[in-house]
Design a protein around this ligand. Structure first.
Ligand code: SAH
Ligand code: SF4
Length: 346
């Protein structure tokens, strides 16, 4: 029989599980309380009857993320973790320190099947989806290790969140709830490579989270050179759903644009992008691409970056070059795990 993933349940679901197994519903609140305090094994649930502890031990499990590696940047205090789960699979999470507090970048899948050419995660394909509790466990483990509260969450680590839709939505409901970390939806950002039908579904849920869309090109032709997903969904349809997302949720959409030398960083690219984005209520994050071994892509130089910002601004599109944090610790998604695999890990 499949074990019950305790940390993935919302309170009413846990109550139901308990009553179906002959326990009183009010025990749910106690269990959630102990989980919030960091309970990891049945013996940690101090005030529960032995029978219920036994049920937890034999019929349930508690997701934990175990620190396999930890790197701290010398430049900016960015901390990068390689976490493993019960089956030995590993993912990366990064904690960044901003003036307004700590922000964590979590993974949603082990690997990714979207195959973007510049991305270290995309090179290895998808191993498996993460459960909602495993996504949550990354934040809990980082918080416990650092001894500080994390106030912002970005779903920008390994994996395509909307390719793991149900678990990711469950995670968002959990992490924003009082039973768990109680982080406001407006402090959560989901980044997607642009799975158009899934963005409509997400908008339907009206979750109040921020949406970031990885664009990385001004048109389908250039986009398809590095992002296979561009062949499935046109940029027109993608920009349409972004407009829709804003109208329905009131949340501004951010576009991610990794600047790759000679591929997507010309003035013409900037003009075309500016024209397409000017009707939208959006912000563009320009990120000099992080060179990943074997991809052959280099970051655009400062002059190109500045010219791009200038042209976008002239079109009325807000754009900034994003500070790259943790550049000395393989902080770009997927790089640390790839190294770990090359060294014989999973
Ligand atoms: N799959 C989602 C979220 C994870 S990737 C997505 O693609 O949006 C998080 C961000 O890192 C995306 O914007 C992605 O395009 C970007 N990224 C991946 N590899 C990169 C690299 N080598 N340099 C700069 N950005 C990169
Ligand atoms: Fe997957 Fe995002 Fe990497 Fe593309 S950039 S391969 S969607 S993780």
């Amino acid at each position: 029989m499949e074990r019950i993933d305790l940390k993935a349940l919302e309170k009413p679901e846990l109550e139901l599980q308990l009553s179906e197994n002959g326990f009183q519903r009010f025990r749910a609140a106690q269990i959630l309380d102990w989980l919030k305090k960091g309970a990891k094994t049945a013996s940690d649930f101090k005030n529960l009857p032995a029978e219920l502890k036994n049920f937890i031990e034999t019929r349930c499990y508690i997701s934990v993320a175990i620190i396999e590696k930890k790197q701290i940047s010398r430049y900016d205090n960015t901390v990068k973790y390689l976490f493993s789960f019960s089956d030995g699979e590993c993912v990366e999470s990064v904690v960044m320190r901003y003036r307004h507090g700590l922000s964590v970048c979590v993974s949603t899948q082990v690997g990714c099947r979207m195959g973007c050419a510049f991305c270290a995660t995309g090179q290895g394909g998808l191993s498996r989806n993460l459960t909602a509790s495993e996504i949550l466990a990354q934040i809990e483990a980082a918080q416990e290790d650092l001894g500080e509260r994390i106030s912002n969450v970005v779903l920008m680590g390994m994996g395509e969140p909307l390719d793991n839709f149900d678990n990711v939505v469950r995670f968002i409901r959990l992490v924003t709830s009082e039973q768990s970390l109680n982080i406001g939806a407006r402090h959560i950002t989901l980044s997607t490579c642009g799975l158009v039908p899934r963005i409509y579904e997400l908008a339907d849920l009206k979750l109040q989270i921020n949406l970031a869309v990885s664009l990385h090109a001004p048109n389908d032709l250039i986009r398809a050179q590095t992002m296979p997903v561009a062949r499935a969904y046109s940029m027109d349809s993608l920009l349409r759903v972004c407009g829709d997302y804003f109208e329905r949720t009131g949340r501004r959409v951010t576009f991610e644009y990794a600047m790759i030398s000679g591929v997507n960083d010309s003035d013409n690219c900037a003009r075309e992008l500016g024209e397409k984005l000017s009707p939208l209520h959006c912000h563009v994050n320009l990120i000099p691409v992080n060179s990943v071994e074997g991809t052959g892509y280099d970051k655009s130089n400062i002059k190109r970056q500045q010219s791009f910002v200038k042209i976008l601004t002239a079109h009325g599109v807000a754009a900034t070059v994003r500070r790259t944090l943790g550049s000395d610790i393989d902080a770009s998604c997927g790089q640390l795990r790839r190294k770990h695999i090359n060294e014989g890990g999973k």
